[in-house]
Design a protein around this ligand. Structure first.
Ligand code: AMP
Ligand code: MG
Length: 363
């Protein structure tokens, strides 16, 4: 009896295990078919203010919860970059370097050091057209904008004595920054937004997004699946002027279709000072100390947002010929330039055409 009871229990256990297995399999099948049938969803943060500009994060994921989490993760990275690198915040790493680095080396974190290292590389690559030590010149530009009076040649010459990436010492080993001249000031305005976009995209990938798009003041990167019903991410490039030769007026100049790519646009059409009828760009030529001239808009398309950001500013300074020569040498990099002046022209690198879409981007 004992043995048959044991046997019965063993059989019952076997049956129970089989039933449990069957239930598990059924549950798995139900879960599989219910998620397989569902399309990915896209969630949009909408426009919000950060780093002195408008930002927007869109995430595509298997469910709204995941998409929402990815958006939050992306937004947190942008805030983090701002807290570390804003020159407006005295307690940021860059703020601290600006007040102390002429006295002693100032240690910064991994991210800030990486941006400074990349900045130094771009300074060398562009023969100093791109230079994050441009701070003293940016200060004179801001004063001019406020007072409505252009700086004098002496003021510019004075500011230029405190500008130059060769005056900045970066210690790779100790991750420190030192200024070799009193009064130097770092300004990462031409690269930190791109870096923040790269970090936000990394975060969105990490938290399980199937696709995402981050736009931080015209520094845009997207990856993976676009929103439902589209084959690509569609990104509008703003018309810097209401009338552009050969294009017509207003709104968008053109729409680009992108997958796993970045674009950045720099120009004098949004931020400039109008003094005695002359337009001064917020992008400054470190070689002359005055505002860059010649190109009203520079759009760069490449694979990451940090490069796109730095290059769009650099090409604005270098001008059409030198700028195009630089871009044509770089792999996976295209440019769309619009010249300033009454006879505006649009110039595209040979590979840029493949990104231009027939259908306009939606807001
Ligand atoms: P972006 O809009 O990316 O072209 O960056 C423009 C901002 O970068 C300006 O508002 C300045 O803060 C800063 N900047 C201006 N001229 C330069 C330059 N030649 N190199 C690096 N940063 C610059
Ligand atoms: Mg830039």
């Amino acid at each position: 009896m004992t043995s048959s009871l044991v046997k019965g229990l063993v059989i019952n256990r076997k049956v129970a295990i089989s039933v449990a297995l069957l239930v598990c399999l059924c549950l798995l099948a139900v879960l599989h078919f219910s998620s397989a049938g569902k399309d990915p969803v896209d969630v949009d943060s909408g426009s919000y203010l950060v780093m002195g500009t408008f930002a927007r994060v869109v995430a595509v994921a298997k469910d709204p919860d995941t998409a929402q989490k990815c958006i939050q993760a992306g937004m947190a990275e942008i805030r983090r970059v701002d807290d570390l690198m804003s020159d407006f915040k005295s307690d940021s790493e860059i703020g601290r370097a600006n007040t102390e680095a002429a006295e002693h080396p100032v240690q910064v974190g991994e991210w800030t050091f990486e941006v400074l290292r990349r900045s130094a590389e771009f300074s060398k690559l562009t023969d100093g057209a791109f230079d994050v030590t441009v701070g003293p010149l940016v200060d004179s530009f801001r004063t001019a904008k406020k007072t409505g009076a252009a700086p004098t040649q002496e003021q510019i010459a004075q500011a230029r004595t405190k500008v130059g990436f060769e005056k900045l010492e970066l210690d790779e080993q100790n991750k420190t920054v030192r200024f070799t001249v009193q009064g130097m000031r770092l300004d990462l305005g031409a690269i930190a937004k791109g870096y923040a976009v790269d970090k936000a995209i990394e975060a969105a990938k990490h938290c399980g997004a199937a696709g995402a798009m981050v736009d931080l003041g015209g520094n845009i990167r997207c990856f993976g699946s676009p929103p439902k019903g589209r084959d690509h991410w569609l990104i509008g490039v703003q018309d810097p002027n209401s009338v552009v030769e050969g294009v017509g007026g207003g709104g968008l100049l053109l729409t680009l279709k992108l997958t796993d790519a970045s674009i950045a646009t720099s120009g004098d059409y949004q931020q400039f000072a109008l003094i005695a009828g002359k337009r001064y760009s917020h992008i400054l030529d470190p070689h002359t100390g005055w505002s860059a001239e010649g190109l009203s808009s520079v759009t760069i398309i490449t694979d990451n947002a940090t490069d796109a950001d730095a290059l769009s500013t650099a090409v604005s300074v270098m001008g059409m010929d030198m700028g195009l020569a630089l871009i044509e040498k770089r792999p996976n990099t295209e440019a769309i330039l619009i010249t300033s002046g009454p006879t505006r022209k649009i110039i595209k690198t040979p590979g840029a055409g493949k990104y231009v879409a027939d259908t306009p981007a939606h807001p």
